[in-house]
Structures are given as C-alpha cells and as structure tokens.
Ligand binder design. Structure first.
Ligand code: ATP
Ligand code: MG
Length: 380
C-alpha cells in the first residue's frame, strides 16, 4: 500500500558536520519543537559540539532538569551533560520583554531609551504584540551568533520557536513587526506633528477621539511620545531583521521542521517547507514526532474485527474479542498515520525525514531527551 518512502534524515551527520552552525526547529503548536530542539542540542553536545540551545516556554519540569528556570536571558550550563567527547551544553529560556528592552537600549541614547522603556504603551506592545515573541527569538539568535563569533563560546546554536498556530509566523515576524511599527496607525498618530493635511487630520481626530475614550488622555499622549521616540529606531529594527534573515539563509543554517502525524500539523509542515524553498532557506529535513509504535503482528484490522465478531457471537463478554477490537483500532490509527505521511512524501519526495515514536510518558529530563536523540539518530 505504501507508495514512496522519503530519504532518511541522518541526524548524527547533521550534528557532527562542523559547518552546521545553527539549527532552527519549526512547526505548528504542540508538535514537539521544544523537545526536539533540546534533544538535538544535548545529543550534539555529547558528541563533542559546543552548543547553546535557546528554548521558548519549556514545560516547567523540563526547564528544571535543564537548570533554566531562572528567566535572566543569559545561557547557563546544563548540569549532568556528558562532556567526555569535549562538548558542552548551555541553555536559556527566552525572555521576550528583556530582549526587546536590550534592543532599545543598544539602539537609542540612554535618555531616549529610558523614555521608551518607561512608556506604558511600550510595556504593552513589548509583551503582547502578536509576533513579538517570534521576532525576539530571532533577535536573540542574532545576539548569540555574534557572541559565538566574537569569543568562540559556541560552535552550534539550536533554536526553538514559539508556540504559534502557524510555523510561518516565525519567518513572517520581522516583516510584521516593522510594518506595524511604521504602519498606518503610527503614520496617523504622527500626522499632526507633520503639517496640516486635512484629510489625515480628520481621520486622526476620529481615531484619537475613539482612543481617548478607550485609553484616556494621558495614555494617548504616551502613545504619541512613544511613537515619536520609536520613530528613530525604525531603521535599526528593519536593519536588524534583515541581518537575521540573512543569517537564516546562510549555508551554516539548517531548518528542522517538526510535525505530528496529524493532518493539520503535516499540512503546516508542507507549507513551511515550500516557504523555505521560496525564501532560499536551507532545509535539513522533517521530523515526524509522536508516531504510534508499530503493531508487532501482521493481523489486519479487518481480520481482527471479523474474528472479534465471531467470538462475540458465542460469548458477548469475550475478553479476547475486546483485545482484537483494540488491535483493530490501533492498526487503523497506524494506517491513517501511514496514509498522511505517504501524502506528504508524494508532494515533497525530496525531504529527508526522521521519525520519533510516541513515548509512554512526557519527556521532562535529560534521560528522556537522550532517548529521543537516540531514536532520532537510529531510523530503521
Ligand atoms: N515523542 C514524544 N513522546 C511523548 N511525549 C512527547 C514526545 N514529544 C513531545 N512530548 C511531550 O509533548 C508535550 C509537548 O511537547 P513540546 O513542548 O516539545 O511541544 P512544542 O511544539 O514545543 O509545543 P508549543 O508549540 O506549545 O511550544 C510535552 O509535554 C512533551 O514532553
Ligand atoms: Mg515549545
């Protein structure tokens, strides 16, 4: 029934290749991006690379076992990593607001930075604008990369991406942030200070009227101060986004697209793969996570059901019939996953793929990550 099989993603070859400098794990929400990035980082470190992993919102227990519960926006050594091969692992959890503050501080004069950072509108924007987290993950990647180049502290950066519905949000975020920052709302807010354009002013007063109602007068003045101050930073935001984008397109970068064997997640993965091609970003491959373990028998779902029916005809409470039914259900799930993956392979036959089986429990410690890493590397 199976049509084509995808080429296998050779994870160890990817991790051992010294020219791999950045690995970005993308995918839609909840598919296992954080787990995969932590597992790849740990495996790379234990195979001798000097690794830093940037995680976003890891589950509490995972953060605990990696020693990154503190949110201080700097990488810390992960305890209990096997350094026998000469590698090391630092980890950090992204602090979005702090990263945003750091950009402002590095770009504006101390006075202006203070003015921006203390503005209530900034506080709201920096922690709630849709896409800020994605943008700040990129910003932090840029920072880590500059640090790695300057002092040789790392030779591999593994990046997790935020839990967005669509994996594309990550790549779209610089564009969205900059078009928001110099977008229409902001032009309107700035308009009165830029001469008497009647039409704009009319629109503006309607908007300010509405905003004043909602936010109150002082808040609105804040928005204007904020926007005026931020205006000088527009250029640098855009420039930084462009630099990071170039970094993502560089040869040393490898995107790993993570998906669950579900229609939505695989559809997102397909979009993402196409987008990477379009943006000329290097794709390492696809990881299909939480694949159901194979049934260790060739008994088909149909055979199991008809056997169960025969048993139930004699004994309606037959335990064996119940087990056969269970087997049939499991085989159907496997067939469905197989079918979904075949469909992906049919439309994207060149994408190297690795599979991680669903583990019996959550993955929340280094041993769990090691198992995931080992399974990733041993595809049969
Ligand atoms: N192969 C697996 N087997 C069992 N549990 C897994 C597996 N992979 C991930 N998990 C568990 O699934 C949950 C979600 O995983 P994870 O946090 O890595 O997903 P995510 O893509 O980062 O999610 P989000 O989009 O919310 O950031 C975690 O509790 C994790 O321990
Ligand atoms: Mg996550």
């Amino acid at each position: 029934m199976s049509t084509r099989t995808a080429p296998v993603l050779d994870v160890d070859a990817l991790l051992d290749d010294r020219s791999t400098e950045i690995i970005v794990c993308c995918g839609s929400g909840g598919v296992g991006k954080t787990t995969t990035s932590a597992a790849l980082a740990l495996r790379a470190a234990e195979r001798g690379r000097k690794v830093v992993v940037l995680t976003i919102d890891p589950a509490r227990r995972l953060a605990q076992s990696m020693g990154i519960e503190q949110l201080d926006n700097t990488p810390r050594p992960v305890p209990s990593v096997d350094a026998a091969a000469g590698g090391s692992l630092d980890a950090m959890m992204l602090d979005m607001k702090r990263t945003f503050d750091e950009v402002v501080e590095s770009q504006a004069s101390p006075e202006k930075a203070k003015q921006i950072l203390e503005n209530p509108f900034y506080v709201a924007l920096s922690s709630s604008f849709a896409g800020t987290q994605e943008y700040m993950a990129m910003e932090k990647l840029g920072q880590l990369h500059r640090q790695a180049l300057a002092d040789g502290s790392y030779d591999l950066i593994v990046v997790d991406t935020p839990p967005s519905r669509s994996a594309l949000d990550f790549l779209d975020s610089p564009e969205r942030l900059s078009s928001f920052l110099d977008g229409r709302l902001i032009r309107l807010l700035l308009a009165p200070t830029r001469g008497p354009v009647r039409l704009v002013s009319a629109g503006f007063s309607v908007i300010t009227g509405a905003l004043t109602k909602v936010l109150g007068g002082p808040m609105l003045r804040d928005v204007q101060t904020f926007v005026a101050a931020l205006d000088t930073l527009f250029g640098s935001f855009r420039q930084r986004a462009e630099q990071t984008f170039a970094l993502l397109q560089a040869d040393g970068t490898a995107f790993v697209v993570v998906a669950a064997p579900e229609p939505d997640a695989l559809r997102e993965a397909a979009y993402f793969v196409d987008r990477l091609t379009e943006d000329e970003m290097p794709l390492a491959g696809l990881v299909v996570n939480r694949v159901s373990p194979s049934a260790r028998t060739s008994l088909s779902a149909e055979e199991a059901i008809s056997a169960a029916d025969r048993l139930r005809a004699g004994d309606s409470s037959s335990l064996a019939a119940g087990l056969l039914q269970l087997h049939a259900d499991r085989v159907r799930i496997l067939e469905r996953e197989r079918h979904l993956r075949d469909r992906f392979v049919a439309s994207h036959p060149q994408v190297p793929t690795a599979v991680i089986p669903a583990m019996p429990g959550d993955v929340h410690d280094l041993d769990g990550l090691r198992v995931i890493g080992a399974r990733l590397a041993q595809q049969d």
